[in-house]
Design a binder for this molecule. Sequence first.
Ligand code: IVH
Length: 695
Amino acid sequence: MTDQNLVPIAELTPESAAAELQRLSAEIAKHDQLYHQQDAPEVSDAAYDALRQRNDAIEQRFPDLVRTDSPSIKVGAAPASGFAKVTHAQPMLSLANAFDRDDVNEFAARIRRFLNLPETETLELVAEPKIDGLSASLRYENRKLVTGATRGDGAVGEDITANLRTVADIPQTLPDDAPDVFEVRGEVYMRRDEFFALNQRQEEAGNKVFANPRNAAAGSLRQLDSRITASRPLHFFAYSTGETSAPVAQSHWDFLARLKDWGFTVNPLSRRCADADAALALYEEVATARAGLPYDIDGIVYKVNRLDWQSRLGMVSRAPRWAIAHKFAAEQAQTLLHRISIQVGRTGALTPVAELEPITVGGVVVSRATLHNADEIARKDIRQGDTVIIQRAGDVIPQVVSVVIDKRPAGSQPYEFPTHCPECGSIVAQEEDEVVRRCTGGLVCPAQSLEKLKHFVSRNAFDIEGLGSKSIEAFSTDGLIVTPADIFRLKDRQTEFAEREGWGEQSLRNLLASIEARRTISLDRFIFALGVRQVGQANARLLARNYGTFDAFRAAMIAARDTESEAYATLIGIDGVGPSVATDLIAFFAEQHNETVLDDLADQLTIEDFVQAESDSPIAGKTVVFTGTLERMTRNEAKARAESMGAKVSGSVSAKTDYVVAGPGAGSKAKKAAELNVALLSEDEWLSMTGGPPQ
Ligand code: IVH
């Protein structure tokens, strides 16, 4: 529903107000779920705040209609499953919002009234950036980190201790002067540059990319395997406390200083302010500096400095009376939407993109904005030639918020989503329950096949050195590489190369050598490289383990077309596969074009059988830790090989570790191995134990 369609609150009848509150409650709950549990918000923070504000305003006019499930009573979303639950010793609160200077002055005045402060008494505030990450609570007992949890619904969160331990800013132990029980709360976040780099790695690996740094941080923390969290660049700013067995300061400012002494990172822009005016001055300063900060913030939090006053003030509904979040206005701008273009992804998904007259929003020049999907365009009635309002909020990907109807040119027509792929003309289809529309052209579609080729050579697939996205694009434009097998035929087309710019003899020789090095490939990498929908690295490995050889796998995918067959039952029986993935696999192998590509590839390649974990392998069932730099193979390869021989690879050394393989530069893990009497091997010793270096 767009704002224009909303009935003004003054005009609501009790009946329509009740209906509206019901709708808002459901809608806010849906967005809470998307934001907190799926890390995939569909609306901007500003739009979400607007929903909550409308809900609050209607409740204020009709207090009798406040629902038991009202969003004004609930905080966040109930915890997602998969992690143990942690009941917070003290609830993790939320913050009330201020949207302008008046709201902030009223906040200070309210506190003065509540505490009955004489005019001569100053009300000191601490102003801190509001970090756009996700809050976490850390519990230290006897100065050791024992539990780390998400906020969840404020009362009960998820136990993510193992994941939080991997965050370098979080101390594992506290010094002697810290209390026996001490809870610290703060925000886990990812820097913008790290977020972009992570997304690039995710994209190359054919994995999900994140919409913004906050989602990337949330997705990284909510991993069941803490090794994945450890590989993600996460940081932590500490800003408040929960249960403590002894007071640690008399003011919030001193509390922050103690946190610093104890090894926490406190946001350096925080400031002690003599009054609300001084706090508002910090707001203006930080708002100006915002675009240049390395991380996203969405406002300034003001907190009463004196802790005795904080406890007198207490809380109301879900937020403390002594703090407020002054939100930054989402950075918006008006510009012309020249046209809507359609991007075709590797799996044929069509993504509409707004091609805009370039404009600066929040210090960044924006010339394109995502329109998400056809439903979104229809909902906002976005048309080519419209003047639109675009926004960069916490979100890094700019969004089209709404259309400026007054500026719509005469004769404009609603946008019609293409029924045929703009790249290949194939029919566009939409599956039931899916908002995404897809090109059905498969590899016939040049855009899909280009994206598939990029995926084919990406790091976790064929990983061909010197053949990145850019060169694939260039070779494919020239017709040198059209299907994957063409990569392996490049060596027969060297004369054509001689004419290409930028390819000297040496670089050509290097490229051909790295292609040759990949002529033999493991089955799981090969399956992943095919780029079948929903078949990422993990599923590719499962399939490889289950079918063993490429021929067996392919025959099974063909036999499984018959859903009554044993082959189908086996396929969906694989733990982690299931009917939806099976459908995509079967469809892939049923496509005539893919058959041809596979036959062609089979002529060029040696696809290694999956090495089943041998029970008589010397490392079957053993737990291995790799540390330091390996010189004969990459860490990933060493890990894959150990796993294929039945070993478990772990990221940390414990009494359960059997072997620590240490290369140059190994540090604390090697030391710990020595302490725990765990066998310490050099890379060469390891290789001779596991059958020699890779060929
Ligand atoms: S204080 C009782 N300080 O904002 C006070 N919160 O909208 C609890 N946040 O859940 C929060 N930066 O996730 C506080 N400097 C800061 C913050 C901050 C970000 C988040 C936090 C909280 C949410 C409330």
